[in-house]
Design a protein around this ligand. Structure first.
Ligand SMILES: Cc1ncc(COP(=O)(O)O)c(C=O)c1O
Length: 458
């Protein structure tokens, strides 16, 4: 088991406890309607939430949303919030962007799901090919599904059993990825891994991010079908690649006959073609999801021309619906209409410029507060996504990022922000900018973060 996290530097724990209790009382007093909605929900849903992880919001119960539009969200109690969480990237295009809403409404009126292609599918595939440089695409309902399918194809095509993942990665609810390294370097289940189908060491090899020698050792036995990795880690805070990591990972995977899969679901924040385009990366397969549908469920995976030929050639037509790759609603007209409009009119090259600029502003605001109070924390940014962490220096791998985690401190900071109308992603300290986010939204966070730090140290 990983220990419960607690770092945070010069934070007085008694004061932290008192402040969290104060903020919890304030939250409850300001949200009677949200509390009542939660009470009702508890009678029909475990934890009172439609999906278990929604219980992780600070405050004891989640706010219930009355309406979300652009970069703002209003709860049942009528409070306006700047939404820097944006559905943990699902709403990176902003809530209900007008072009997506129009396309969804038009498509909903002429067929929501058909299990047949329309014209939008090829248009989306062509646009993804233009952005990411891979020519052939398939569509799913979620990025998790896209990852699962890619792992199956990788094992199928290489005839190898194992998958390599990065220590402390997250790729959705993908069984192979819930593995970490224990102190002796052995592969073990991640803390919280529910009912793993088999022991993770049977399916998975784990490599610390930025550790070229470890990757070389992991691939040396020739039993790894693919390396599944984010271009930069985004789910344990942001951990950026060191110079040389990507070139080495590409060269080592090629030499070992291991496919390289880049999961750009979150790192799309780096630009319109993700980190792959921004940094000239050359994956064999690429996964993307969440944001590209403007909030409508969709996932996609792209592949090289060679793989696009080998896959259909290696599967009997009679078996294509039975191989563990699929999903009845995958590639639905509704998903693809939403994705076409979102890519063409919302998450465009031009809007990324605005989003990245705001990411810089958020980063500078947080850095200013840390400097003012002498807090030994850091702030990191990847395009329009930024994040602070409770260690003086940015971590170079997932284990270092996890060691700097501090759940109690994070809970206080999130709740303090929530009480003042700013939503941060519950799982860590991430802020994301959408095309609809404004400089005033960012400055509101800086102001609130300043007060939280002042209360903590004052
Ligand atoms: C990098 C990455 N890949 C895949 C996923 C899975 O996305 P979804 O939950 O939409 O399937 C996530 C979810 O957070 C993610 O962070």
């Amino acid at each position: 088991m990983e220990p419960a996290a607690r770092s945070g530097g010069p934070v007085n724990r008694t004061r932290l406890g008192e402040l969290t209790a104060r903020e919890t009382r304030r939250f409850a007093a300001a949200h009677p309607r949200c509390a009542a909605a939660h009470e009702r929900s508890r009678r029909s849903m475990p934890g009172g939430v439609p999906m278990s992880w929604m219980a992780k919001w600070a405050g004891g119960f989640p706010i219930a949303v009355a309406e979300a539009a652009g970069a703002h969200l209003r709860c049942l109690d009528g409070h306006d919030h700047v939404d820097l969480c944006l559905g943990d990237t699902g709403a990176m295009a902003g809530h209900s962007p007008a072009p997506t809403v129009r396309a969804v409404a038009a498509q909903a009126a002429r067929g929501i799901t058909t299990m047949l292609p329309g014209e939008d599918a090829a248009a989306v595939a062509e646009e993804l090919a233009r952005r990411f440089g891979l020519p052939a695409w398939q569509f799913t309902l979620t990025a998790t599904d896209a990852n699962r399918h890619v792992l199956r194809y990788a094992r199928h095509l290489t005839g190898r059993r194992k998958i390599a993942v990065i220590d402390y990665c997250y790729h959705g609810s993908v069984d192979e990825a819930f593995a970490t390294l224990d102190r002796s370097g052995a592969v073990v289940a991640r803390r919280g891994n529910l009912g793993p189908p088999v022991a993770p060491e049977l399916t998975t090899v784990v490599v610390p991010f930025n550790d070229v020698a470890a990757l070389e050792r992991a691939l040396a036995g020739g039993e790894v079908a693919c390396l599944l990795a984010e271009p930069a880690m985004t789910n344990i805070g942001i951990v950026l690649p060191e110079p040389g990591w990507h070139a080495a990972a590409r060269a080592l995977t090629r030499a070992a006959g291991t496919l390289l899969v880049l999961d750009e679901t979150h790192t799309l924040c780096a630009g319109p073609g993700g980190a792959t385009r921004a940094d000239g990366l050359e994956p064999d397969l690429l996964v993307v999801g969440k944001a590209i549908g403007g909030g409508v469920p969709v996932g996609a995976f792209g592949m090289t021309a060679e793989l696009a030929e080998r896959i259909p050639a290696s599967v009997e037509l009679e078996d294509v619906d039975l191989g563990g790759v699929g999903g009845t609603l995958a590639g639905s007209p509704l998903s693809l209409a939403a994705t076409r409009a979102t890519l063409a009119e919302v998450l465009t090259d031009a809007t990324f410029g605005h989003m990245v600029e705001l990411g810089r502003r958020w980063e500078a605001g947080v850095a200013g507060v840390l400097a003012r109070y002498g807090l030994p924390w850091h702030v990191t940014r990847l395009g329009c996504r930024a994040e602070y962490g409770f260690a003086a220096d940015p971590p170079r791998d997932g284990a270092a990022a996890a060691a700097a985690d501090d759940f109690a401190l994070q809970t206080y900071l999130h709740l303090h922000a929530l009480n003042r109308g700013v939503l941060l992603t519950p799982f860590h300290n991430m802020a994301l900018m959408s095309p609809a986010t404004t400089a005033a939204d960012v400055d509101r966070h800086t102001e609130v973060f300043d007060r939280a730090a002042g209360d903590l140290l004052g």
